[in-house]
Design a protein around this ligand. Structure first.
Ligand code: HEM
Length: 221
C-alpha cells in the first residue's frame, strides 16, 4: 500500500501538478516567476549558503539526470572500478557541499529578523524539504555504497517504466526506507515546484551572471 502510494500515486500526482499548474502560474502571475532576491536584506551568509548549495546540488542533479537519459554510457563508464570510486568521491563531496549550503540558508532565515518577516510557510517547507533530500542522498551515498552504479539497474528502469505508463515498482519495493523516503522527497519537491519560488528552476536564471552588480543604498533620513 505504502509502496503503491510512493511509487505510483506520488510521481503521477507530482507530474500532473507540474504540467497543469506551471503554465497556469506563468500566464496568470508571471511576476512571481522568480526566487525573489533577499540580497539587500542580508548578503554575508547568503553568499556562504547560496554558492555551496547551487555548486553542490546542480552537478549532483545532472548526474541523476544523465543516469536516466544515457544509462548505457553511464554503465560503461562506472563499470570501471577506478572511475566509480572517483565519481562517487566527487559526488559525496558535492553532496556534502550542498548540505552545508542548505543548512546555511536555513540558519540565515532563522537568525535574521528582517528576513523572517518576508519568509512564508512555503519557504520554510521548501528549505527543510531540500535539506532533508540532500541529507538523505548523502546518507545513501555513504551507507548504501556504489549508489551511482545500482541506481542505473533499479531506479532508472523504474523511472522509465513511469514514463511509459507501466509502473514497475518491483524495482523499488525491496529498498530500505531511507531510499524510499529519498524518492518520495523528490516527488514532493516536483509537486511543490509550481507553487513555490523553486519555479525559478524552469526559468534557468543564468543570464543574471552577465548583469552588472547591483548596488543597494539605504535612503538616509
Ligand atoms: C529533487 C530531486 C533529488 C535531489 C535534490 C537529490 C539529491 C541527492 C543528493 C544531494 C545526493 C548525494 C550525492 C552524493 O553524495 O553522492 C543524492 C544521492 C542519491 N540519489 Fe538523489 N536526489 C533527488 C532525486 C532522486 C531520485 C528520484 C532518485 C531515485 C529514485 C535518487 C536516487 C539517489 C541515489 C541512488 C543516490 C546515491 C548516489 C551515490 O551513491 O553516489 N535521487 N541525491
Amino acid at each position: 500500500m505504502l509502496n503503491s502510494f510512493i511509487f505510483v500515486v506520488m510521481p503521477y500526482a507530482a507530474l500532473a501538478l507540474l504540467i497543469f499548474v506551471t503554465p497556469y502560474r506563468y500566464c496568470t502571475n508571471r511576476l512571481t516567476w522568480s526566487a525573489y532576491s533577499t540580497q539587500f536584506l542580508e548578503q554575508k551568509s547568503l553568499f556562504w549558503g547560496i554558492n555551496p548549495w547551487h555548486y553542490g546540488i546542480l552537478p549532483v542533479l545532472a548526474a541523476h539526470f544523465l543516469g536516466v537519459v544515457i544509462p548505457g554510457p553511464m554503465k560503461a563508464l562506472l563499470g570501471n572500478q577506478r572511475t566509480l570510486i572517483v565519481v562517487e568521491s566527487i559526488g559525496l563531496a558535492l553532496g556534502l557541499f550542498a548540505v552545508f549550503g542548505c543548512l546555511m540558508l536555513l540558519l540565515r532565515r532563522a537568525n535574521t529578523p528582517l528576513l523572517k518577516r518576508v519568509t512564508f510557510a512555503a519557504d520554510w517547507v521548501l528549505l527543510y524539504l531540500l535539506a532533508a533530500q540532500a541529507l538523505s542522498g548523502v546518507y545513501i551515498a555513504t551507507y548504501m555504497r556504489w549508489g551511482s552504479q545500482w541506481y542505473l539497474h533499479t531506479a532508472v528502469p523504474y523511472l522509465w517504466s513511469l514514463l511509459s505508463f507501466n509502473p514497475q515498482i518491483e524495482y523499488m519495493t525491496d529498498f530500505p526506507l531511507v531510499f524510499k523516503l529519498h524518492a518520495a522527497g523528490a516527488f514532493l519537491i516536483v509537486a511543490l515546484l509550481p507553487f513555490t519560488k523553486l519555479v525559478h528552476l524552469l526559468y534557468v536564471p543564468v543570464r543574471f551572471l552577465m548583469d552588472p552588480p547591483i548596488l543597494y543604498r539605504w535612503r538616509s533620513k
